[in-house]
Ligand binder design. Structure first.
Ligand code: C2E
Ligand code: MG
Ligand code: MG
Ligand code: MG
Length: 280
């Protein structure tokens, strides 16, 4: 390769580009039919209340298993689904599936669990999310107070007022609203005041630094204080070590989520986890 690099460099580059755009094209085509081929599933990750040491909810996380491409991570296909305008329909499927699952757990006789759903900007801006959600709740016959919606700061860039209106409607119905990945986006703190919020999720990248990076630890402490002063509950995501948990508990962080407790699991695994009584 070294000897021929000059001569073949261009060709190699082209082949590489081709391979990449071929995969991209394939990914797009497969994603367009994934819904109709039932290639999606939801996994669920426990949310633990630190004070009570109890699992009080789960976050629904989308999984895509393609027969040819294998399993594709959400960080790869969600942005693509947004780009292709597919996230609206996929989002409706997620909402319905999560509500049906919630109903199923209740029918099995399990304790009530709150279910968190990730919502992307397009769902808030281009769809009647309130209608989609009330329909799903009604069909599954579950109360709105069992539903939590995770939005990101990117939802507020385009039209924060319209988004605030929708969130108010959802909250009036009884759902709660969480700000996901807090601290990584571009929104200003003043935006936090303009939208109705119940919970703030501290991004994993800050939690990661606890015990390693003094600035991260300070930021976590400051975010928790600020959120509590604003009347919000705080959830730390990506907790992987007992040291991180201890630090968060000492700051009165309300809830935790992370591999230290459990990775996202198929729906069938959740009731057993729910019956585990001590999480700390
Ligand atoms: P997110 O909502 O911030 O979800 C948390 C991500 O962190 C999940 O990745 C979860 O598996 C992972 N995680 C949780 N605990 C730990 C930990 O202790 N260590 C590490 N290293 N990771 C942890 P996942 O499932 O790959 O999802 C990635 C992102 O894709 C989500 O970030 C969310 O933004 C998006 N996403 C997933 N499902 C949906 C969905 O149904 N709709 C929409 N719009 N977005 C979704
Ligand atoms: Mg989330
Ligand atoms: Mg997050
Ligand atoms: Mg994230």
């Amino acid at each position: 390769r070294t000897k021929q690099a000059g001569r073949n460099g261009f060709q190699l580059y082209c082949a590489d580009m081709n391979e990449r755009s071929m995969r991209q094209l394939k990914l797009e085509n497969r994603l367009r039919i994934a819904l109709s081929e039932q290639a999606f599933t939801l996994h669920y990750q426990p949310k633990i209340d630190i004070q009570r040491g109890e699992m009080i909810g789960v976050e629904a996380l989308l999984r895509w298993q393609d027969p040819e491409l294998g399993s594709i991570p959400p960080d790869e296909f969600i942005p693509l689904a947004e780009e292709l305008g597919l996230i609206g329909d996929i989002g409706v499927w997620v909402i319905n599936q999560a509500c049906r699952q919630c109903r199923h757990w209740l029918d099995e006789g399990n304790r009530e669990l709150k279910i968190s759903i990730n919502v992307s900007p397009q769902q808030l801006l281009r769809r009647d999310l309130t209608a989609d959600i009330s329909q799903a709740l009604q069909q599954a016959s579950i109360p709105a107070r069992l539903l939590d919606l995770e939005i990101t700061e990117s939802c507020l860039i385009e039209d924060a007022d319209a988004v605030a209106d929708t969130l108010h409607q959802l909250r009036d119905q009884g759902a709660s609203i969480s700000m996901d990945d807090f601290g990584t986006g571009y929104s200003s703190l003043s935006l936090l005041k303009r939208i109705p919020l119940d919970n703030l999720k501290i991004d994993r990248s800050f939690v990661d630094g606890i015990g390693q990076d003094k600035n991260d630890a300070e930021l976590v402490s400051t975010i928790i204080l600020m959120a509590h002063n604003l009347g919000l509950k705080v959830i730390a995501e990506g907790v992987e070590t007992p040291q991180q948990l201890d630090y968060l508990a000492s700051l009165n962080c309300d809830q935790v989520q992370g591999y230290y407790f459990s990775k996202p699991q198929p729906a069938t695994e959740i009731p057993a986890l729910q019956h585990r009584d001590q999480w700390r």
